[in-house]
Design a protein around this ligand. Structure first.
Ligand code: ATP
Ligand code: MG
Length: 774
């Protein structure tokens, strides 16, 4: 034991070791970026198993992304060997999903429930709106957004308190109730349900809760600052105050998911929720050189209302930060590519230790083009892109129907894929009939002979489709692995065949992607098999038996392979892509959380880009909560860098189909100029001088906060549909005149917005780039 213990504590500083050695009861580790919080979690888990002899299956460690979970598991496998296999290391969503699947019957689902994504959700909301007869009143996107928020706040429709005269609130509540019914009828859940249903189950069924409480005696959470109320409710149920072994680590300065319902108060109030909790502060940063740390500190310290935290480093001062100023976004991208090549040529920094960050996804296109041209190997870290391809979604829809034929959203998606001559009219008659009879579409297909006014051809085609689904479902019941099921599905549906027959380059690429999906299933099966072997091995290695009557089985033990595979697909997140060796990583700032790189390029430091235009609208002198969040995002970006930090901006930029001249970001003005190598009394050399906001030394200005002239930024806008937060913005359209945005969808040049133009024009859906602000 002693040897183990020494090895595990060897490279930890005293407060880190204190957190690892902390005995029982709640523990909060609150500290700045790069101070070893994640390392503490990993070591503590290893210590619990190796030294304190806690069974690995008793430990639940929650991280923010699947990628982070994977990395933590790898680390733990190095420390613990086969035993790491029995640990539950996962995201909130996947932990909830695994538990919910075991308890499905208790919440009105079956084990084969499917998880609906954003697109499925939207079509369901539309249907619920039609059923409730509220279609013209509100936009589906807006309602969906509000439903998601209710779920993040742990509220079902019946928990919503809405004033009688709050018409919109009433509508949301009604649609929400109908939407939940549709989900249950389809044997489906959405992301929000995963935690919400579990929290409700634990509340209503103390016996079920007790089983999991007895099992998970140790719960640890990374990035705790970004938990939302329903996630926190889940934690409090599983590891209740005041004395449960709940370990949370985080940094309030890195709370960047408020827009998804995260509540930074969860971390700030933790000592009140868990009175007597031990609090450990880590103050030494091991990641970044001094100059980088100083810059990050200067930016974040402008935020009001922070917990005071110290952060120091023994690392050298390091290189200066570099400021790259360009004519436009293309020049910026080219320069980034050049600098990356130069760093690599110098020989100290590998491509895989470099990253390029940007504020919104739409900025990546130009960067990608420039990197391609310069032959810089790169990878976009956007985990969903593969699974979001149309053909992969079609195939997944079939797989989900295979497991769960009641999934109406999936059935509608593939009713006529590949084309089988089922037209809109037939589809409408089928859905009307299903609605009237209260049947799922699959059941309605079985009763198709009762559908009025369907001709013989339509009957026959529906019959063929019904047979296909029945046959696939029957196969799934006995499928021994995921790959077998995918293979069978591809054969019976002829998805690949049809594409190959089409013969165009594009169709062939799509066919390749479907084979790639088969490859993913094979990989999944292999992993599952080796996990099982490791798990058996781990059980043998341990002398002690699991105590009688305690549930120690792996959470996914009885889940059929196809469903487990589907679950993995559904839960792939934005930040989950594996960056392969030898590539520069491109990602949004939000996806960069928790990561580190030798060199970081932070692009688009312009008012209206970063900080995002959304944050410029506040009337509050310090920019309000939205600006504070942008600032935290900047802090997260800076502190990802170990040795080199490049910040870049363009004098003009076309984004979302609009040309904008934005002033430099206020965050640049917060970085002491000396860190860029500009001497205090020197004027910085042109052309940089013109673009750098002058740093004024008047104390009043410091009180006033932003020093950047904001008159320009008011004129800029973006029509970014992501998050739908352009709503309320005034815009003009050449033909329709001026109006106000009520909803937005998509992003990039094809983003569409719905605008209320007033008068006889009324509501119109238009392409965002045809609008100008004002
Ligand atoms: P973030 O706030 O960004 O999530 P963090 O607090 O989780 O950061 P880690 O990622 O755990 O920090 O650690 C940052 C870096 O410092 C890692 O490379 C880690 O290996 C290293 N590190 C942490 N503690 C020590 C230590 N005691 N000695 C040497 N290196 C350390
Ligand atoms: Mg971390």
């Amino acid at each position: 034991v002693n040897a183990h213990e020494t090895a595990l504590l060897e490279d930890l500083n005293p407060p880190q070791a204190e957190a690892v050695l902390h005995g029982d009861g709640p523990l909060l580790v609150l500290s700045g970026a790069g101070s070893g919080k994640t390392r503490v979690i990993t070591r503590r888990v290893a210590h619990l198993v190796k030294v304190r002899r806690v069974f690995p299956w008793r430990i639940l460690a929650v991280t923010f992304t699947n990628k982070a979970a994977r990395e933590m598991r790898e680390r733990l496998t190095q420390l613990l060997g086969a035993q790491a296999n029995d640990l539950v290391v996962s995201t909130f969503h996947s932990a909830a999903s695994m538990i919910l699947r075991r308890e499905a019957e208790a919440v009105g689902l079956t084990r084969s429930f499917v998880i609906y994504d954003d697109g499925d959700q939207l079509s369901l909301v539309k249907r619920a709106m039609r059923d409730a007869g509220v279609e013209p009143v509100m936009q589906p996107r807006e309602i969906l957004h509000r439903i998601d928020q209710e779920k993040n706040a742990a509220r079902l429709p019946e928990d919503m308190r809405v004033e009688q005269d709050d018409i919109r609130g009433q509508i949301v509540k009604r649609v929400y109730a109908g939407y939940q019914k549709l989900l249950r009828a389809a044997n489906a859940v959405d992301f929000g349900d995963l935690l919400l249903l579990l929290v409700k189950l634990f509340r209503d069924r103390p016996d079920v809760l007790e089983r999991y409480r007895t099992r998970f005696t140790h719960v640890l959470v990374d990035e705790f600052q970004d938990t939302n109320p329903v996630q926190y409710a889940f934690l409090r149920q599983l590891a209740p105050p005041p004395s449960a072994n709940l370990v949370v680590v985080g940094d309030d300065d890195q709370s960047i998911y408020r827009w998804r319902g995260a509540d930074v108060d969860n971390i700030l109030q933790f000592p009140m929720q868990y009175p007597g909790a031990k609090v450990v502060k880590l103050e030494q940063n091991y990641r970044s050189d001094q100059n980088i740390l100083t810059a990050a500190h200067e930016v974040i310290s402008k935020n009001p209302r922070r917990m005071a935290k110290k952060l120091w480093s023994e690392r050298p001062k390091g290189e200066n930060l570099e400021l790259l100023l360009h004519r436009d976004e293309r020049a910026e991208a080219q320069e980034v590519a050049r600098r990356i090549l130069a760093l690599q040529r110098e020989g100290f920094i590998k491509f895989s230790s470099m990253a390029v960050f940007y504020r919104t996804n739409a900025q990546s296109r130009v960067l990608e083009e420039a990197l391609r041209l310069a032959r810089v190997p790169y990878q976009l870290v956007s985990g969903r892109s593969f699974y979001d391809r149309a053909e992969v979604r079609d195939a997944s829809a079939y797989l989900r129907l295979m497991a769960n034929p009641r999934s109406d959203a999936d059935l509608l998606r593939v009713l006529n894929v590949p084309a089988r001559g089922i037209g809109d009219t037939t589809e409408e008659r089928l859905t009307d009939f299903a609605n009237e009879q209260g049947l799922s579409l699959f059941e309605a297909l079985g009763e198709r002979h009762r559908i009025p006014s369907l001709n013989a051809t339509a009957q026959k085609r529906l019959g063929g489709f019904h047979q296909l689904l029945q046959s696939l479902h029957a196969f799934s019941l006995t499928a021994k692995d995921a790959a077998g099921a995918v293979d069978q599905m591809l054969k019976e549906t002829k998805l690949v065949e049809t594409l190959v027959a089409e013969g165009s380059d594009e169709a062939l690429t799509r066919a390749e992607n479907l084979k790639e999906l088969l490859g993913a299933a094979q990989e999944f099966d292999l992993k599952r098999a080796s996990d099982m072997v490791a798990s058996a091995q781990a059980a043998e290695e341990r002398e002690e038996e699991a105590p009688e009557g305690v549930d120690s089985a792996p959470l996914t033990a009885d889940i059929p392979p196809l469903q487990a595979f589907l679950e993995q697909i559904s839960l792939v997140g934005e930040a989950d892509a594996e960056v392969s060796e030898g590539r520069v990583a491109l990602m949004t700032l939000h996806a960069a959380k928790g990561l580190e790189f030798d060199a970081v390029f932070l692009t688009g430091l312009e008012e209206g880009v970063f900080p995002h235009s959304r944050a410029l609208k506040s009337d509050e002198p310090d920019g309000g909560e939205e600006m504070a969040e942008e600032r935290r995002l900047c802090y997260v970006g800076f502190t990802r860098a170990r040795k080199r930090l490049f910040v870049s901006l363009a004098q003009c930029r076309s984004l979302f189909g609009e040309l904008k001249y934005n002033p430099p970001s206020r965050f640049l003005a917060d970085v002491p100029q000396a860190l860029f190598g500009f001497k205090e009394n020197d004027l910085p050399p042109p052309p940089r001088a013109a673009a750098m906001p002058q740093r004024r030394r008047n104390w009043e200005d410091d009180e006033m906060g932003p020093r950047v002239d904001r008159s320009y930024s008011q004129a800029s806008s973006d029509m970014d549909g992501v998050g739908g937060d352009v709503r309320g913005m005034r815009v003009r359209h050449e033909q329709f005149g001026s109006g106000r945005i009520v909803a937005a969808e998509g992003s990039g040049p094809n983003a569409k917005v719905t605008v209320e133009f007033g008068g006889s024009v009324g509501l119109k859906r238009v392409i965002a780039r045809f609008l100008i602000p004002g």
